[in-house]
Design a protein around this ligand. Structure first.
Ligand SMILES: *Cc1c(COP(=O)(O)O)cnc(C)c1O
Length: 396
């Protein structure tokens, strides 16, 4: 079906889809590792790229391809590549767009493992990096070196909700022939389209909003043009970070309700944020939808909604954060985000417990910071849950 001129919701349902010979209403799972050739010539033509078709699932598979085409269309890109996890997507981007002696500039408060794999593994191969506050565009321009090849942005960043102006940052990067990759996990293409704003590559942890049901791990890369797409695709096929057909089926099912889920979750997030902002035990709160959010205007400009991720700090620091975690009943204490269920985590005692005090400070991760991913439960229940847990929190 040609879905190019349809609206976003229609694309969520139909983009990339095809009808098989039985007329299946949904994409079937082609759970096969390999595909038979009709004869020797057919095999030869497939390998030579003279005929379109399937050879081996790491290279391509009909179920996975439906998801890849759907995501590419949702992000307004040339092509999509589905991978086993968000981190497989991150490392495949690094592997294909960087080389020995190349330099990468990245958002400092980036997803922890995206920084970890660079610092512990890619550094071994002579890749250089600078982790900076990419919302500071002057600093960004000053950090550029002659060997800078990639600007890697995460906006909103995790868990600080710091935004980077994708359009302006891309203009600076492109002046210096630097490619721009945006981790769009926190927004999904429903709320932010980095390629339209000037980025060259978008990546996702599908584990979060796109699948949305906390039941698979997956990743995707979407490239703006054919050349970059082919470069990244080749790296994925060689390194073998491909998605599995069953995983693809789950994501295809999950993504169909993306806009419904996000609409509901962000409506609730606004109410939760307003409740927290007015609570005496809350020291600060960051939610792009609040007028008090420093980058509220930028959020309105580059995002079409404010999302459902809230970070807030409790008076009473580390102990207060732990007390709150131990007293909520409805929110699930877990890392991850973007699912139908509300999740809550305390970076200082959990995800960022191993990060040094200086690095935490530099990334604005305070001891009382709590990250709250709003799900689609009744918002009154969520607020009541937080209210009774906050009653238990003490501070001096
Ligand atoms: C979770 C996450 C990742 C990594 O994805 P996995 O699917 O867990 O490998 C990357 N970036 C962001 C922003 C994330 O939240």
């Amino acid at each position: 079906m040609n879905t190019k001129n349809l609206g976003f919701n229609s694309k969520l349902i139909h983009a990339g889809d095809f009808r098989d010979e039985f007329g299946s209403a949904v994409t079937p799972i082609y759970q096969t590792s390999t595909f038979s050739f009709k004869n020797a010539q057919h095999g030869a033509d497939l390998f030579a790229g003279k005929e379109k078709g399937y050879i081996y699932t790491r290279i391509g598979n009909p179920t996975i391809e439906v998801l890849e085409n759907k995501l590419a269309e949702l992000e307004n890109g040339y092509g999509g590549i589905a991978l086993a996890s968000g981190m497989a997507a991150v490392s495949t981007v690094y592997m294909s767009l960087l080389e020995q002696g190349a330099h990468m500039i990245s958002t400092g408060a980036v997803y922890g493992p995206s920084r970890g794999v660079m610092e512990t593994h890619f550094s071994k191969f002579g890749v250089e990096y600078s982790y900076i506050d990419t919302s500071d565009l002057d600093l960004l321009e000053k950090t550029i070196r002659p060997n800078t090849k990639l600007l890697y942005l995460e906006t909103p960043a995790n868990p600080t909700i710091q935004l980077t102006d994708i359009k302006k940052a891309s203009e600076i990067a492109h002046k210096h022939n630097i490619l721009v990759c945006v981790d769009n996990t926190f927004c999904s293409p429903y709320l932010q389209k980095p390629l339209d704003l000037g980025a060259d590559v978008v990546l996702h942890s599908l584990t979060k909003f796109i699948n949305g049901h906390a039941d698979i791990v997956g990743g995707a890369i979407i490239a703006k043009d054919k050349e970059i797409y082919n470069t990244i695709r080749k790296a994925m096929v060689y390194m073998g970070g491909n998605m599995d057909p069953h995983q693809a089926f789950m994501v295809i099912r999950g993504v169909k309700t993306l806009s419904l889920r996000i609409d509901k979750a962000q409506e609730s997030a606004m109410k939760v944020a307003e409740f927290l902002e007015n609570h005496p035990k809350v020291e600060w709160i960051k939610y792009p939808g609040l007028k008090s959010f420093e980058q509220h205007e930028l959020a309105k400009e580059q995002m079409s909604g404010f999302g459902s991720m809230i970070s807030f700090g409790l008076k009473g620091g580390y102990e207060a954060g732990k007390t709150l975690m131990d007293n909520v009943h409805l929110a699930t204490l877990a890392v991850s985000l973007g699912g139908v269920e509300t999740l809550m985590q305390h970076p200082a005692s959990m995800t960022h417990a191993g990060v040094s005090k200086e690095d935490k400070l530099a990334a604005h991760i305070t001891d009382g910071l709590v990250r709250y991913s709003v799900g689609i439960e009744n918002v009154e229940d969520l607020i009541r849950d937080l209210e009774q847990a906050l009653e238990k929190v003490t501070y001096s």
